[in-house]
Design a protein around this ligand. Structure first.
Ligand code: ADP
Ligand code: G6P
Length: 466
């Protein structure tokens, strides 16, 4: 029995130079979560082969292969309509409550259906009786239904990594029925929070008129389970890297260069992450507290994302405009208030930044969970986490300072409170956060999901060794 993961994004992207292929980790919550899972489990991962689609499959990770990625080639037109179009121009904004940004186009929906059918076919071809099929995220909502039709007896799991919105928002989607029916092909559907699971059940009742029980939906004589299962992180891996002497050196260099207190933010450049709002709050903070000028810097790391979607291009301009304005207004005597880094960091650099930060600003306007918050809490020795009440992780992380990203002045005041927090309180909060992260880490999450999907006697060997 093997695990077959199906997702849109591939875990590593290839680049080819002088005939040599180099694989670089993809950046985003889904691949951060699933790569370690597959490194433990082994098996097959089916994903869109974005760069160099002619490389049909690969054994990964490159240094010590543990699983095989089967790369699906999509045409330019498919990518445009299915990925940039329906997935990121309609489903992503609706799920994150940005209804006014959503564009609903029948041709993009048709491409979404066609590409979902291609992913499903690849999974059907890879499937052997007894395998566990595990489909991921909003780009592939129709795949479970297609798999169920072709493989009625298969065990099919699905994890929805983003928010599931309240019913009045979800029903703005013209194809709400089809999407729900597709998902209900699964045996087990995971969401990050109880509220998302409740909204999903609400949609089943009100859009499809199906009866639901506690955590269950009955459909076509089958019972589909709906579970709230927030993803964890590999706490041990972050703690080990955070404690490494090289990390301390890097973090020390960062602090020496800045010579101020350090506020840190790390995101994909996405309008859901509240980056302009955060910059406005930092500006309000500098306006309100002249003594902070020259003594506090904000390091904003933003990795480019989905750049062919108009809203993302506009966001980049908004962010760069604000960084320029703040630095133009306040820079003096060798101090630059905002250090803006427009690229992804590798894991070592990332953890050194977490380690160097006095406070971490995780302030999305809406976020399915937010792994950055968890990674920071696992890595920091004495920093403070400010966490938006609109991140799925907020309910799990009471040790964070809760913030409302829409309240600029309130956020500015919370920044001050974070920087003034006594060391013992910082440490106590981090201890509490770490205890929770350890109790609900990535291994437990995977084990529970696959256990529930497979049944106890059918577990892959690696999962038994907890
Ligand atoms: P999302 O799922 O929307 O991408 P998450 O916070 O859940 O957001 O996950 C983002 C993942 O990508 C985390 O593992 C984080 O470390 C990584 N990441 C995000 N931005 C960057 C960046 N600029 N550089 C390096 N890694 C990043
Ligand atoms: C979020 C989504 C993932 C996606 C990731 C990065 O985490 O839930 O499905 O892979 O963002 O976005 P991208 O469009 O680059 O895959």
């Amino acid at each position: 029995m093997a695990v077959i993961v199906v997702s849109n994004r591939e875990p590593y992207a290839p680049s080819v130079q002088d005939g040599r292929v180099t694989w670089t980790p993809s950046i985003g919550g889904l691949t951060s979560a699933l790569d370690p899972v597959m490194q433990r489990e082994g098996g097959t991962w089916i994903a869109w082969g974005e760069q160099h689609p002619e490389l049909g499959h690969a054994d990964l990770p490159p240094a010590a292969p543990r699983y095989r990625v089967q790369r699906l080639a999509l045409s330019g037109d498919e990518v445009q309509r299915y990925y940039h179009g329906f997935s990121n121009g309609a489903l992503w904004p609706v799920s994150h409550y940005f209804v006014e940004r959503a564009q609903f186009r029948a041709d993009e929906w048709a491409a979404y259906r066609a590409v979902n059918a291609r992913f499903a076919q690849a999974a059907i071809d890879a499937y052997r009786p007894g395998d566990l099929l595990w489909v991921h995220d909003y780009q592939l909502a129709l795949v479970p239904g297609l798999l169920r039709a072709a493989l009625p007896g298969a065990r099919i799991g699905f994890f929805w990594h983003i928010p599931w919105p309240a019913q009045d928002v979800f029903r703005t989607l013209p194809w709400d029925r089809e999407l729900l029916s597709g998902l209900l092909g699964a045996d087990l559907i995971g969401m990050h929070t109880a509220a998302y699971a409740r909204h999903f059940q609400d949609a089943c009742e009100r859009t499809l008129g199906i009866e639901t029980g506690p955590g269950t939906v009955a459909v076509d004589g089958r019972t589909v389970r709906i579970e709230a299962r927030p993803i964890g992180i590999d706490v041990g891996a972050f703690e080990t890297l955070a404690a490494a002497p090289e990390t301390a050196e890097r973090a020390g260099r960062l602090r020496d260069n800045l010579r101020t207190l350090v506020l840190l933010a790390v995101d994909r450049l996405d309008y859901t992450k509240g980056i302009p709002e955060r910059l406005d709050a930092f500006e309000a903070f500098l306006d309100a507290h002249p003594r902070a000028r020259g003594r506090v810097s904000l390091v904003q790391i933003a990795v480019p994302s989905r750049e062919r979607v108009e809203a993302y291009l506009q966001l980049r301009q908004q962010v760069e405009g604000r960084v320029g304005r703040i630095n133009g207004r306040f820079s003096r005597d060798g101090w630059t208030p905002v250090h803006y880094v427009f690229r992804g960091l590798d894991r070592e650099e990332l953890v050194a930044h977490y380690r160097a930060a006095d406070a971490m600003l995780v302030t999305p306007l809406r976020d399915g969970l937010n792994l950055v918050a968890k990674e920071f809490a696992a890595s920091s020795a004495d920093g403070v986490l400010l966490l938006s009440r609109f991140a799925g992780a907020a309910g799990e992380m009471p040790g964070a300072i809760e913030v409302n990203p829409y309240d600029r002045d309130g956020l500015a005041e919370r920044l001050l409170a974070a920087l003034r927090m006594p060391l013992e309180e910082k440490k106590a909060r981090l201890d509490g956060l770490r205890r929770h992260l350890r109790d609900s880490d990535l291994r437990t999450w995977t084990q529970r999901f696959l256990h529930d999907l497979a049944g106890p006697d059918l577990l892959p060997a690696a999962l038994l060794d907890l």
